[in-house]
Design a protein around this ligand. Structure first.
Ligand code: NAG
Ligand code: NAG
Ligand code: NAG
Ligand code: NAG
Ligand code: NAG
Ligand code: NAG
Ligand code: NAG
Ligand code: NAG
Ligand code: NAG
Ligand code: NAG
Length: 415
């Protein structure tokens, strides 16, 4: 009885539920035997991309994207492979990209996808190798661009970045089980983006995103949602202007530099009612298991720095390991040495409670690890720590920050 209640206590500490999949798409995503159409189980009209399978309509993802008519929902199934290409989505109508999964995945779905070790079930990788050079906009480096047009993809500099565009791009972009990588270098060579999602609504399920500097970008007027995924980076590796919710993600520090999040906000005069910001919920911030062994991270990574003074960054129920510096957030740089009071940084229930898999055993009395990064007593100012009252007042929920219950998020995805 003692062990059963102990086991139940242990299981309740496990961060994730028992399944990680899209009930809607899993039959389409699983690889089939050679005599079965790869599109069996897929919604009608799904387009198949493969570098090797003769039954594919296209050998590159971008060729399939460019074949799409301007209107109507579209789904593209991407066969197993490593694709070196830039994916650029400018259509406004809904588009879903599905990565193939091994047929064995069905049996392994009792694990969450998000796992920062090299092992995950995804069979599709998409990579680019471009990094920023002086004089170019960072947008030229993105592996995946979802934006209405070239001016809309621009990032720019200064308080407000590139000029605001009067257009909107994709209303519902989704990607499932794809590993996106910028392989420009195995260190922070310069800005080397994985995503540029601007003036669009986009969501990602069971994906990973890997670079060093500026991995993830949610641009102006964009709303993004990432769940059960891993994001690898070093410097400012979540950055942007828009509203971004990260749910059950692993933020894997390959090294430390700048801040983890570097956001730009807008004041309420300029954009009344806006909740632009980065919101990280039920997630983990850890040293990446694949970080170079010679790289020191302990106490050297910061949760964020304000790209402009209206930045909003909130961590909810998130585990933080020893790579997080006790003060949490830092000023942008020596030219802007103070975090202004218009910047909103907050944490709720940052924790070190986590059970490592080696401790997950019936026969060894399990114990809870404490992540030193979750010790918030050194944070300045202390108002950055939310309590139940200020948490509720802030309405830091998905519906709260997107100002509606977003129709473009797949809430049926299990994680
Ligand atoms: C992550 O993957 C590693 C290697 O396959 C495995 O040992 C570990 O249990 C996994 N972690 C979780 C939380 O599933
Ligand atoms: C993406 O496509 C749009 C529309 O065709 C084009 O204007 C833009 O330059 C493209 N961006 C990239 C990075 O190729
Ligand atoms: C983009 O956001 C600005 C405020 O930040 C707003 O004035 C504008 O209408 C929005 N544009 C679109 C196309 O949604
Ligand atoms: C609000 O933001 C706009 C755009 O960045 C800026 O021009 C304006 O001065 C700001 N207003 C206040 C009161 O800070
Ligand atoms: C790890 O870092 C060391 C020192 O900077 C470097 O010499 C080595 O090439 C790196 N290893 C890898 C695999 O990147
Ligand atoms: C704090 O976070 C832990 C781990 O995510 C969670 O189990 C617990 O319920 C949270 N506590 C509150 C008060 O939300
Ligand atoms: C913010 O700081 C300014 C001075 O930089 C001060 O005038 C203002 O009262 C402060 N606002 C709050 C809410 O503390
Ligand atoms: C928590 O952090 C404070 C200030 O950084 C430090 O004094 C204290 O020893 C830490 N507590 C633990 C349990 O590590
Ligand atoms: C919650 O935090 C706010 C702001 O720091 C503070 O005014 C309030 O007294 C706190 N409430 C509780 C119950 O601790
Ligand atoms: C994009 O998402 C936001 C937040 O959910 C929503 O308010 C907006 O209407 C959406 N835009 C379009 C064009 O669907």
């Amino acid at each position: 009885m003692f062990f059963i209640s102990l086991l139940l206590a242990v299981l309740s500490l496990q961060r994730h539920a028992a399944l990680a999949l899209s009930p809607q798409f899993i039959d389409c995503q699983l690889q089939k035997s050679a005599n079965v159409s790869p599109l069996s189980g897929c919604p009608q009209g799904t387009i198949f991309v493969s570098q090797t399978d003769k039954r594919a309509a296209f050998t590159s993802i971008q060729a399939a994207v460019e074949s799409l008519p301007p209107t109507g929902d579209a789904i593209i199934l991407i066969g197993q492979g490593v694709y070196q290409e830039i994916v650029n989505v400018s259509r406004t109508a809904p588009l879903t990209l599905l990565g193939q999964l091994p047929s064995s995945a069905r049996a392994k779905l009792s694990q969450p996808f998000a796992n920062a070790t090299s092992a995950n079930l995804n069979l599709v990788q998409v990579f680019g190798t471009v990094f920023d050079v002086t004089g170019q906009d960072d947008d030229t480096t993105a592996v995946l661009t979802v934006a209405p047009n070239a001016p809309g993809a621009l990032i720019g500099a200064g308080t407000d970045g590139a000029p605001l565009q009067p257009v909107f791009g994709n209303v519902d972009f989704k990607a499932y089980n794809i590993d996106w990588q910028n392989r420009a270098a195995n260190f922070a060579i310069s800005q080397a983006l994985v995503t540029d999602i601007s003036y669009s609504n986009a969501s990602f399920y069971g994906c990973s995103f890997a670079s060093y500097q500026d991995t993830w970008y949610t641009g102006r007027n964009a709303s993004t949602y990432v769940v059960d995924s891993v994001i690898f980076g070093q410097t400012d590796y979540l950055f942007g202007f828009g509203t971004a919710w990260f749910q059950n993600v692993i933020l894997a520090n390959r090294a430390c530099g700048g801040g983890l999040v570097a956001w730009k906000g807008n004041n309420q005069t300029f954009a009344p009612g806006n909740r632009y910001g980065a919101y990280i919920s039920d997630s983990q911030v850890i040293r990446s298991p694949e970080a170079n062994a010679t790289t020191v991270t302990t106490g050297k990574c910061f949760l964020g720095r304000p790209w402009n003074d209206d930045a909003i960054t909130v961590y909810l129920n998130t585990f933080m390991d020893a790579s997080i510096n006790a003060v949490g957030f830092i000023p942008f740089d020596s030219a802007r040495p103070v975090i202004m009071n218009t910047t909103f940084y907050a944490e709720f229930n940052s924790t070190g409670k986590w059970l490592s898999s080696s401790q997950f055993s019936l026969f060894i009395i399990p114990f809870v690890q404490t992540g030193p990064g979750g010790n918030t007593s050194g944070r300045t100012p202390v108002e950055h720590i939310l309590n139940a009252t200020t948490l509720a007042a802030g309405d830091f929920t998905i519906d709260g920050v997107f100002l509606e219950h977003p129709q473009w998020i797949d809430f049926d995805y299990l994680f």
